[in-house]
Design a binder for this molecule. Structure first.
Ligand code: PEP
Length: 252
């Protein structure tokens, strides 16, 4: 009932020239129409990527990897939801662990961004996840639960179904280590139960939950076969047309 969703997070990779090359390659490939597919690219690539995607017969949508919550003003270096909406961006990744760690984004700020994205009709891809020590100490679920409760504060019953939640154990991001499909499913199921607790059963069944952390063509099938894993947020493997297309075509 939930449509699978595969989204690439290019991070701080691929300038305009390389972005054009990759999007040209991706749009010439035969990609599964039953999978929602997106790429979240560096700010400078957005308009180039938009123009290519809009000129092709493709289901690939695009988005940003961050934004500020205000619409405009004296916020040097920031990009607003209205700017993203003006160019038809669909997604914005919020609360990625790299933003939390290197740019000191806290749950209060991420919550403001989530509310702002929703009120501007952007789909927030909200990232949550625990560190290795939190997992080893048995605190992974407490951490994820506290992030979700804070980051989704004041998100309404009508809005919650638009939010995509990406469960990304920090120790698995960019490390080549993937959570076992059972551990990933266990946490995604926990997140869905939490959404039911915070909203209703109906909403919990609509919210899409991705796994992220070294997802690649070799492990995508097993992860996405799990009942509560509805897709992937893909870093490294989204930078090459060959691997990203295999991820989108995971069921073929
Ligand atoms: C990410 O950046 O969200 C991510 C999951 O990265 P990687 O796939 O490279 O682990």
């Amino acid at each position: 009932m939930r449509k699978p969703i595969i989204v690439g997070n290019w991070k701080m990779n691929l300038g305009v020239k390389e972005a054009k090359k990759l999007v040209d390659e991706l749009t010439s490939m035969d990609l599964d129409k039953n999978v929602e597919q997106g790429i979240c690219v560096p700010f400078v690539d957005l308009t180039t990527v938009k123009e290519i995607l809009e000129s092709k017969d493709t289901l690939i949508s695009f988005g940003a990897q961050n934004m500020y919550f205000e619409e405009s003003g004296a916020y040097t270096g920031e990009i607003s939801p209205t700017m993203l909406k003006e160019i038809n961006a669909k997604y914005v990744i919020l609360g990625h662990s790299e933003r939390r760690e290197y740019f000191k984004e806290d749950d209060e700020l991420i919550n403001k961004k989530v509310l702002s994205a929703l009120s501007h009709d952007l789909i927030p891809i909200l990232c949550v996840g625990e560190t290795l020590s939190e997992r080893e100490e048995g605190n992974a679920k407490d951490k994820v639960s506290s992030q979700i409760k804070s980051d989704l504060k004041d998100v309404s019953k009508e809005e919650i179904e638009k939010v995509v939640i990406a469960y990304e154990p920090i120790w698995a991001i960019g490390t080549g280590k993937t959570a076992s499909s059972d551990d990933a499913e266990d946490m995604c199921k926990y997140i869905r139960n939490l959404i039911e607790e915070l909203y209703t059963y109906e909403e919990s069944q609509k919210v899409r939950i991705q796994y992220g952390g070294s997802m690649k063509p070799e492990n995508v099938k097993e992860l996405l076969a799990k009942e509560n894993i509805d897709g992937g947020l893909i870093g490294g493997a989204s930078l090459k047309a060959d691997s990203f297309s295999k991820l989108i075509n995971f069921s073929k």
